[in-house]
Design a protein around this ligand. Structure first.
Ligand code: NAD
Length: 485
């Protein structure tokens, strides 16, 4: 049982002022595994005020990139001393399999290093030819950032806000999802161990009200949100009313296109990983598998065979492939979608129900539907569960049209015998990222920027870092030439 009665505000542990608590129920055992306080509006105000002081009066925005990077590397060192606890807590609070939690945790240092090297390519100051004389263009930190995050990968998503924000010189107040507030405590502990200056990171727990108070706060300059399209819309509206910048990483309904005649033998693990990893609770999950009508039975056969060899069970066990979904209401949603697919005429060829032997826990079997029409609800709506729909096409133009017939535009995948041919099809898919022949999800080191209802703005890479910067032009008098620097 993980119990805390304090908040990490402005770089210190402060006893909670309010009496409201979040009780965290394990998705695999249904036992209470944690209890932490909900931040009051006064505590959110204190967090924003600390960030404001760090930005307006502190050294952080003026430190060099190397100095900020050194602090963040020390922070990761400190977090890594808590590796086992971080992995177990995420498995406890969201039912993530140990495999998934390990993979996410071990990706933290490489993702920081990647950002640091991307940041090194940004021209923070340059002298350009202006209309009359030189103009000095500088990129300045945007200010105090609010980060609001979902439950499906807690530490990794929280750090996907914290790293770029701090690296670009901006203090941040993070509000984790109420379902998964436990592991964020380790971020506070690591920040203290690493000696991060006061005010740079605060963590305020709670639900929509706490999030709304934070994003609407007059002391906040920029909001970075990951979550549902509904949450994103509300936050974008709050930011619009205050003329405040915002990036939104929202939902998806991505397609994996298998080109005609593709030998999927080397790619079946990538196809299953891309569509059903974390029990399908991944925004870029490619859970519409778009396959040529002549190849359907072969590809479905390979999928089902591999799935039947994968383990559904206790997410704490190191060889478990599929744990429960994260909440009882999430299982209700998934089961409602499965019923909708069946009612619409789709056929289940794997899973479709609750696995045997699990009286406790919110388990749903990994499920494969065939005979799915792309107009069906299961092909149009984000299920956020372990449900994959196989949709057939007659020619590649139709495959592309099916992939693009979605209100979302987040991820995607193309598999083909020829990687150049697969890349050419990937270019026709209207989404922010596409995996080609098993390439990594979510941009693989490039920017991550949803189209349509999947988001606004970019995260990761130079484009994501630049969200945390604002340009300023200092125009010099006619004929004046400034030494470059
Ligand atoms: P959610 O939108 O319900 O909540 C996300 C966070 O926003 C939570 O912390 C919540 O308390 C807060 N929130 C919600 N409405 C708010 C409001 N009006 N004002 C302030 N804060 C508010 O999403 P969820 O159910 O936690 O997460 C699942 C969703 O997240 C899925 O749609 C999934 O696709 C999406 N997601 C997207 C990405 C991505 O990078 N694109 C990654 C992970 C998850």
């Amino acid at each position: 049982m993980f119990e805390r009665e304090d908040h990490f505000i402005g770089g210190a542990w402060l006893p909670a002022a309010g009496s409201e608590v979040l009780e965290v129920v394990s998705p695999s055992t249904e036992d209470i595994v944690g209890r932490v306080p909900v931040a009051t509006t006064g505590e959110v105000d204190a967090a924003v005020a600390a960030a404001r002081r760090a930005f307006d009066e502190g050294d952080w925005p003026r430190l060099s990139l190397d100095e900020r990077a050194a602090y963040l590397r020390r922070f990761v060192d400190a977090l890594e001393t808590r590796r086992e606890q971080a992995i177990t807590l995420q498995t406890d609070e969201m039912g993530a399999t140990r495999k998934f939690a390990v993979e996410n945790f071990d990706g933290i240092r490489p993702s920081l290093e990647r950002l640091i090297s991307d940041a090194g390519t940004i021209k923070f100051r340059e002298v350009r030819d202006g209309v009359v004389g030189d103009v000095v263009v500088v990129l300045e930190p945007v200010g105090v950032v609010a980060g609001v995050t979902p439950w499906n990968s807690p530490i990794a998503v929280e750090l996907s806000k914290i790293f770029p924000s701090l690296l670009m010189g901006c203090p941040i107040v993070v509000k984790p999802a109420p379902e998964c507030p436990l592991s964020a405590y380790l971020i506070g502990e690591a920040a203290l161990d690493a000696g991060l200056p006061e005010g740079l990171i605060s963590i305020v727990n709670g639900g929509v009200e706490v999030g709304a108070h934070l994003v609407e706060h007059e002391g906040v300059d920029f909001v970075t949100f990951t979550g549902s399209p509904g949450g994103g819309r509300a936050i974008a509206a709050a930011c619009a009313a205050r003329l405040r910048g915002v990036t939104l990483e929202l939902g998806g309904k991505s397609a994996a296109v298998v080109l005609p005649g593709t030998d999927m033998t080397p790619y079946v693990p990538a196809l299953i990983g891309g569509s059903l990893r974390n029990s399908g609770q991944i925004c870029v999950s490619t859970n519409r598998v778009v396959v040529h009508e002549d190849d359907r039975d072969r590809v479905v056969g390979q999928l089902v065979e591999r799935l039947s060899a994968m383990k559904v069970g206790d997410p704490h066990e190191p060889d478990t492939d599929f744990g429960p979904v994260a909440a009882e209401r999430q299982r209700d949603i998934v089961e409602r979608f499965i019923a909708s697919g069946l009612a619409g005429g789709a056929k289940v060829v794997a899973g479709g129900g609750r696995p045997a032997g699990h009286d406790k826990g919110w388990y749903v079997e990994p499920t494969v539907f065939v005979d799915v029409d792309n107009k069906m609800e299961i092909a149009q709506e984000e299920i956020f569960g372990p449900v994959l729909s196989v949709i057939t096409y007659a020619d590649v133009d139709e495959a592309v049209a099916i992939a693009n017939d979605s209100k979302y535009g987040l991820g995607g995948a193309v598999f083909g015998n020829d990687t150049e041919e697969a890349l050419a099809v990937a270019e026709r898919i209207v989404t922010g990222t596409v995996q080609v022949n098993g390439g990594p999800a979510a941009g693989g080191g490039g920017p991550f920027a949803g189209r349509k209802q999947s988001g606004l703005g970019a995260e990761r890479a130079v484009e994501g870092l630049e969200s945390f910067l604002r340009p300023k032009s200092m125009a010099l008098p006619a004929g004046y030439r400034q030494a470059a620097g």
